[in-house]
Ligand binder design. Sequence first.
Ligand code: ASP
Length: 330
Amino acid sequence: MKHILLLATGGTIASQPTSEGLAPAGGADYLSERLEFLRRDYDLTVRSILELDSSNIQPEEWQLIARSVWAARGDYDGIVISHGTDTMAYTASMLTYMLLGIELPVVLTGSQLPLDHPLSDGTDNLRAAFAMAASGRRGVFVAFDRKILLGCRAVKTHTMDFAAFESVNHPPVGRVSAAGLSIDDAAIPAVEGPCVLRDKLCREVFLLKLTPGLDPRIFDMLLERRYRGLLIEAFGAGGLHFIRRNLVEELRRVTQAGMCVVVSSQCLYESSDFRLYQTGQKVLEQGAIEARDMTTEAAITKLMWALGQTDSVDEVRRLFSQSLAGEMAK
Ligand code: ASP
């Protein structure tokens, strides 16, 4: 039997109704008692490391989760992390970078309804996560609604539907059907080298969603607050306005002050191409780095992580020029 570790962090899957709405309940025992259905097929260890709604999961928790995986990785065939769905895509992306080259499957899962609910999707999601965790495939994945997604390509797209996640700009790496779990190995990028825990990150990173007529003074605030990184979700294939409110000029100012600026598209699907329009080319001329087809979750966490590894904007540019674990098309 494969030895699988379940690291529990909270989320709906382990929540119960309270007077203030659903909130995570109990620790390892609470989940452990509800996982008898897995013990027939897996040698299961349950450890509760957090009891949080994932809206409360922040960089400190990412580090704790990464360190817990790192410390346990030699003792198990695979690790499942139960996690709230709301920020699961951010955690999955950050873990991808912090644990680059991890030698075993690390699979995040959760549910839209608590395990105790008679209609819960939690048992199916756990079954898929455990099957993936026992598969021997290396990397960080999300298991949800009978699909396995690359962690750094997952996006939560639905608040209520059981198919809550999509794999954006990348095919799912696995599906559960009557044929069992089929894995598309071609969709799992090969990551070279031994895994080294790289859990430093930079919290002074800001995500700015561009809206028509955005007040350029927002950039003064970012400089005053000493933000080191900025991800701008721009329009379409890539463009910022430069008439009347000249954001290109602001970009020049912040990049000259040493801020690392990454630009992406507000469109969920396909890639940005800031070379296409004048409104985009002017952005690239200021030294902005393109996120291309990365999800917002993968891009913002990559920027936080990259600035935790280096102070050099050129080095961040180099890290963004390549796909580290499938987060960007080659
Ligand atoms: N608010 C919950 C969380 O993210 C939602 C869920 O788990 O589905 O923790």
